[in-house]
Design a protein around this ligand. Structure first.
Ligand code: ZN
Length: 361
């Protein structure tokens, strides 16, 4: 028995019915704000390719984190932009490095806010790769095993500064285990690891590389980041990271890899994060600037899609805006971009109502 007994449209009739029937709900509890910290003083400079985002000096980053906390975000994720770079990325594990300074300030000012630190060397190496370089079989490559020790030192220095969670993003084999052992050896058994387990070699990182000044000086990262063609391999990476001691897993980017998120959600029981990366954010902004997309509606739809696919944690440059709108009881995902619910003559688009419906038949 189908139509006319079953009419799924009954539950789509009004904004409140749609909210009631929604399978996916967004909350500031799920959002993590990425923050860029530059080695300087009293700096808050806009990042051109990430509208609404800034590079902060350690003394100013607290402002942004305070806003995030006030909007109900549980956590921020820190990236460092050091003043000097070298071949070994020594700024990454310097006790007074830019991230270490920022973590101390943040934990001082906002002890309840969870501070997650990105653990990698690419922002700190003069060649822009995620580890030490070595020649192997006539090719310059990132040398896996010696890099592990530097990543572990970086993670320990972040923990010493007060980080709650360290998030290795380098994609070296064995780094989660190396970091777990180093943390435990230093007494940081309660510092968690959020592994960028399935990090793809993606074209969508472009704006981030400008923000973090971390573009590779030569070549690309396909020798260590994952091939976009592979989903089974992502599950294998995640399984290995869990075996090595990861507490949480991440898929990055988010939008082009929703199938990977769904598969991970079904395969693993740990919290699952998705990173809606800079290019995903910039695309929506750029299209909206041209009048080709409704920015807010596209924001909600992209975030809802990522959550629906299975992500518990959404790392996104929309974090503040989405939290602000959710908190102020504005249009929200249930209203934005939803097909019009008000009565209209056939073929006539209902005008945007108080709930912000726009017709998209
Ligand atoms: Zn890196």
């Amino acid at each position: 028995m189908a139509f006319p007994v079953h009419r799924p449209r009954r539950l789509r009739r009004t904004p409140a019915l749609r909210r009631l029937a929604a399978e996916t709900r967004l909350s500031p509890d799920a959002f993590v704000l990425p923050l860029f910290v530059v080695e300087a003083e009293d700096v808050r400079e806009p990042i051109a390719s990430l509208p609404g985002h800034f590079r902060y000096s350690p003394d100013r980053v607290v402002e942004a984190a305070r806003e995030a906390a006030a909007l109900g975000l549980p956590a921020v994720l820190l990236f460092g932009v050091p003043a000097r770079k070298d071949a070994a990325g020594s700024g990454a594990y310097a006790e007074d490095g830019v991230v270490q300074q920022a973590v101390r300030r943040l934990k001082d000012a906002l002890p309840d806010l969870v501070v997650i630190t990105d653990v990698c060397l690419c922002e700190y190496t003069d060649h822009g790769h995620c580890g030490l370089l070595a020649e192997r079989r006539g090719r310059l490559t990132v040398d896996n095993d010696p890099t592990l020790e530097l990543l572990a030192r970086t993670a320990v220095s972040h923990a010493r500064a007060g980080a709650d969670i360290v998030a290795p993003s380098d994609m070296m084999d064995g780094r989660v285990g190396a970091i777990r052992r180093a943390l435990d050896a230093e007494g940081f058994t309660d510092v968690a690891i959020l592994s960028y387990a399935a990090k793809y070699a993606s074209a969508f990182y472009g704006p981030f590389r400008e923000a973090a000044e971390s573009a590779p000086a030569f070549g690309d990262r396909r020798g260590y980041q994952m091939d976009p063609a592979n989903a089974r391999e992502a599950l294998r990476e995640m399984r290995l990271d869990l075996e090595e001691g990861a507490d949480m897993l991440m898929v990055k980017p988010a939008g082009p890899y929703l199938d990977v998120l769904r598969a991970a959600r079904e395969a693993f029981d740990v919290p699952l994060a998705a990173y809606q990366v800079s290019g995903e954010y910039a695309m929506i902004h750029a299209a909206a600037e041209r009048g080709w997309l409704d920015r807010e509606a596209a924001m909600w739809e992209s975030l809802t899609g990522i959550a629906r696919a299975g992500a518990d944690i959404l790392i996104t440059y929309f974090a503040l805006e989405a939290a602000r709108r959710l908190q102020s009881g504005g249009r929200g995902p249930a209203g934005a971009g939803a097909p019009g619910a008000r009565a209209a003559a056939p073929g006539v688009s209902p005008a945007g109502g108080a709930e912000g419906e726009r017709d998209a038949p």
